[in-house]
Design a protein. Structure first.
Length: 372
């Protein structure tokens, strides 16, 4: 059982996310560190685990090669150009590092749509299964060459959690430049490492900082908590480990340092996919009574909706918010935005006249909705 860090070597399938600051320093790849990291991954495989890597670093490598300002993040065009060059170098680094361990590396580049659309998600899942069965380690990154500001994951922490869902993994390891989650900013006096988190509550979220201390990455502790929520709702444990050490996984196990987030529930495969989706097309704000009914397992009825925003179609993903703006759930709507606006707050008897057709039983059925 993955209830403490010492047990992570018992995991059957592990996704390991590695940040830019670990792989790249001063525009150059940290090849010695990567070689030892490959040894760590080989050790996980000797314990019986199948391993997937989510690797940052392409933009940083490409920006150095092209001599682009701001690490290649000065503009979308710069980031896309840097990624196009850096992906070649990143794939070569991983191929050589894993090859030295007798392991075949496979490159997989994903966009947000590959994991947001159900059919493409299942295709990703099948591809990862086949690569792992064949003995390869898939090395995954967001396809930043074609991603734009509005259609991207935004950070590889959440990408790693979504990949773990698609791969049916039981553990995600986020390697960063910090030991784990602290009860306050780690630079503050008296800050203490939190070894185990049972659920990402408002109290836990208040401990997080959105800063990325390296200046290279796009994430921070906030993105790691978001990744933890995606993973743990799907029955997947997640750990944050300090990756700056040589052979960082072995070091964390020996030292007992890191933060382990325990699974909070185990959604079905489809509901896990639905709960992990990152790009809702709109929002439905509901009253207090409706919010309580949803928490009890009810479908979302029009009578409880007080506000509709966004431009969504029937079948699109929408978020459900409380009156205070708290995200309660997300699911697939039975109505487009215009019709949802018409019937918001209305009882069933009044809906037919407003719509001009017989209303559906609910706005979001509970079978197509996940509580957050």
């Amino acid at each position: 059982m993955l209830d403490k860090l010492a047990n992570i070597t018992t995991a059957r399938r592990i996704v390991v996310k590695i940040g830019s600051a670990l792989l790249v320093g001063g525009g150059q790849a940290n090849e010695e560190w990567l070689m030892r990291m490959a040894g760590d991954l080989a050790a996980l495989r000797r314990h019986g685990a199948q391993v997937i890597v989510v690797s940052s670093g392409a933009i940083a490598l490409g920006a150095a090669r092209l001599d682009l300002p701001k690490g290649g993040r000065g503009s979308l065009a710069d980031a896309q150009a840097a990624a196009a060059v850096g992906q070649i170098g990143l794939a070569d680094l991983w191929s050589r590092a894993l090859g030295a361990q007798g392991i075949t590396a496979a490159q997989v580049l994903l966009t947000l749509g590959d994991l947001e659309e159900r059919r493409r998600y299942l295709n990703v899942s099948a591809t990862l299964d086949r690569l792992l069965e064949a003995g390869a380690i898939p090395v995954i990154n967001e396809n930043d060459t074609v991603a734009t500001a509005v259609i991207r994951f935004g950070d590889n922490d959440r990408l790693a959690a979504r990949v773990a869902q698609a791969a049916n993994a039981d553990l995600v390891l986020l390697l960063s430049d910090i030991d784990g989650l602290y009860d306050r900013h780690p630079r503050e006096p008296g800050a203490k490492l939190v070894p185990v988190v049972k659920a990402v509550t408002p109290k836990i979220r208040a401990m997080a900082s959105g800063e990325s201390s390296s200046g290279l990455g796009s994430g921070g502790m906030t993105s790691k908590l978001q990744a933890a929520q995606i993973a743990t709702r799907a029955g997947i444990a997640l750990a944050i480990l300090n990756g700056t050490h040589d052979a960082p996984i072995a070091h964390a196990l020996a030292a007992g340092t890191g933060t382990l987030f325990l699974p909070v529930r185990s959604d079905s495969a489809r509901k896990a996919w639905l709960g992990g989706r990152l790009a809702p097309a709109g929002e439905l704000r509901v009253d207090q009574g409706c919010a309580q009914a949803l928490r009890s397992g009810a479908s979302l009825l029009a009578a409880g909706i007080v506000e509709v925003s966004g431009n969504f179609r029937r079948g699109d993903l929408v978020s459900v918010l409380s009156m205070k703006g708290e995200r309660l759930a997300q699911g697939l709507t039975e109505y487009n935005a215009a019709d949802a606006q018409l019937i918001a707050g209305k009882r069933g008897d009044d809906q037919a006249e407003l719509l001009g057709y017989a209303p559906r039983s609910c706005v979001i059925h509970r079978d197509h909705m996940v509580l957050l």
